[in-house]
Design a protein around this ligand. Sequence first.
Ligand SMILES: CCCSCc1cc(N)cc2c(=O)[nH]c(N)nc12
Ligand SMILES: [Zn+2]
Length: 371
Amino acid sequence: MGLGEFKVHATAGNARRATLMTAHGPVQTPVFMAVGTKATVKAMTPEELKDCGTQVVLGNTYHLHLRPGEKTIAKMGGLHKFMNWHGPILTDSGGFQVFSLSQLRNMSEEGVEFRSHLDGAKHFISPEKSMEIQMDLGSDIIMAFDECLQYPATEEEIDKSMALTYRWLLRSKAAMTRKESLLFGIVQGGLSLKHRLKSMEQICSVELPGYALGGFSVGEPIHLMHELLPHVAPKMPANKPRYLMGVGTPTDLIIAIDSGIDMFDCVMPTRVARNGTIFTWQGKVSIKRSEYREDSSPLDPECDCYTCTNYSKAYLRHLFLSGEILGSRLNTIHNIHFYMKLMELARKAIEEGRWEAFRDDCLTRFVKKER
Ligand SMILES: CCCSCc1cc(N)cc2c(=O)[nH]c(N)nc12
Ligand SMILES: [Zn+2]
């Protein structure tokens, strides 16, 4: 396969089993990508990530630009070498984090001026600057610089913002000159089908190796996203990967795959692991519950990860209540393994013509009350 080639091997309704070729190797989809915002997937080593089945790690332009700086990372050989991750890396364009993390900011056609959340220093990021940072990092998949509105937003705000995102995509494409990298456009449009379809038409009219759906998981009731996806995702180019940004729970992933989404990222599995929430094939487990005080069983009897093979709920509860770092590590290893296993089984189910049954079984399992 050539760089950027996206080959669909099997389908089940809108669901697809495909392969995307990047400069650091193939990506088997549907895929969940582990978020490594500051050049690390929190609490996990690259070897542990690989052992859990991780294919792609995400980096973040905003954070890495502020610290240690893309020029430093470039001098150290690029982000792959710097973090010792030699599989594909996708980097976000930074706009989303500017709006969600930094204080003072001035938006203009040119770009966004903002103050660092670290030291208050003034910075400016534009489509051109975002591309420069991501190219310096040596990213395999580069995200276009976009504006992501929070929820709710008026029709006028959505109209104005998605038009800007389209103009910024054209500037991103003109500035992204790194031949080894794949540039993905980002469809916006808020929670309005009319605006989503218009943004999709604009963004997907630009010839690119892949397209993302942004603007979800921004505070909206999640059912609104579930209702919109089947009307938008299948209309995106069938021969290009579709990436749903910042989503989601295991239930969200299954529903989105069923609507034709191929790629996902979310901080959820790593973030909630550190707070003691564990995803299992029997639903969610809150490890701090007193019922686990002397429970010798693993987090998930149906899981074969390092944590479930070697430790009891009683021990993991003790680590969590004691605030031990090992607790965060073991819980994270399990949650990342769970998400990667979910995607592996989803790929197999689509390949083997069992997708509908797998989908329905997952949705039944995951809706069980937290215990
Ligand atoms: C490393 C983080 C990747 S995903 C961040 C993210 C998350 C969510 N939910 C939406 C968006 C969006 O609309 N645009 C962009 N660039 N990023 C988004
Ligand atoms: Zn496990």
